[in-house]
Ligand binder design. Structure first.
Ligand SMILES: O=P(O)(O)O[C@H]1O[C@H](CO)[C@@H](O)[C@H]1O
Ligand SMILES: O=c1cc[nH]c(=O)[nH]1
Length: 232
């Protein structure tokens, strides 16, 4: 057991899917995994291990924001030996050509967070996905004929920004959209020697203001989930 995860050593697979929403973790376990066993209920942050196409895989909620995924990903890697961490999240789109329900592979994650300040670097770190996981995810998407866009996203500390136009500066640099966790996940993976990737489904557009409901966010993210499960 760790401070935030009530599992025993060995209860968690080497590859784990990480939605922000713990109910999405339960949905993935119940819909896709063979013989899922719940290993964590601490703080309602459900974690399950089961099998997908014969391969052992886990899925666990991380909560919202970089402090929260920073805690879970640290404990998963440092205390449970998890090697491959795949975030399955929702995001907002910054681009009129990236529409609600599109799937993005986050090759890199820019951020307005000061998470990297702990490393006391003499410069700026570029949080980057594992190339191996990124390549596998792209191949799985192609095999399933699911179109994906690969590029840079923004991991933001702010959901309700005081400046409603702040996102446009990131959009002008080609950033595809915004979520709130990938950069910290990529930094923890880099620091602790694991592989990480964020796969995101667009839940709303900052350009057109189109939205999905919270029920849709929980249940209709199947393209993203089915790509991620192939990474076991
Ligand atoms: O759907 P999840 O994985 O929670 O991701 C996105 O949704 C939350 C905000 O509504 C933030 O956690 C953001 O990153
Ligand atoms: O962080 C997020 C997630 C979904 N949609 C947004 O606009 N922001």
């Amino acid at each position: 057991m760790t401070v935030h995860i009530g599992a025993k050593k060995g209860d968690i697979a080497e590859t784990i899917l990480l939605p922000g929403d713990p109910l999405r973790a339960r949905f993935v376990a119940e819909k896709y995994l063979e013989n899922p066993v719940c290993y964590n209920e601490v703080r309602g942050m459900y974690g399950y291990t089961g099998h997908y196409k014969g391969k052992r895989i886990s899925v666990q909620g991380t909560g919202m924001g970089m402090p929260s995924i920073g805690i879970y990903s640290h404990e998963l890697i440092a205390d449970y030996g998890v090697k491959n961490l795949i975030r399955i999240g929702s995001c907002g789109s910054f681009n009129e050509n990236i529409k609600v329900r599109d799937v993005l592979l986050a090759m890199s994650a820019s951020t307005n967070s000061n998470y990297a300040s702990q490393y006391e670097l003499p410069g700026t770190f570029a949080p980057t996905a594992s190339y191996e996981l990124l390549e596998k995810a792209k191949k799985a998407a192609d095999e399933k004929s699911i179109p994906v866009k690969v590029g840079n996203i923004l991991s933001s500390d702010i959901f309700y920004d005081a400046n409603p136009d702040a996102w446009k500066k990131w959009a002008a640099l080609g950033v595809m959209g915004v979520e709130m966790e990938a950069a910290a996940l990529y930094m923890n993976a880099a620091k602790l020697g694991a592989n990480a990737l964020a796969i995101l489904t667009v839940s709303d557009s900052l350009v057109t203001h189109e939205l999905t409901t919270s029920e849709e966010r929980e249940k209709t993210l199947t393209d993203m989930i089915e790509i991620a499960l192939e990474l076991a």
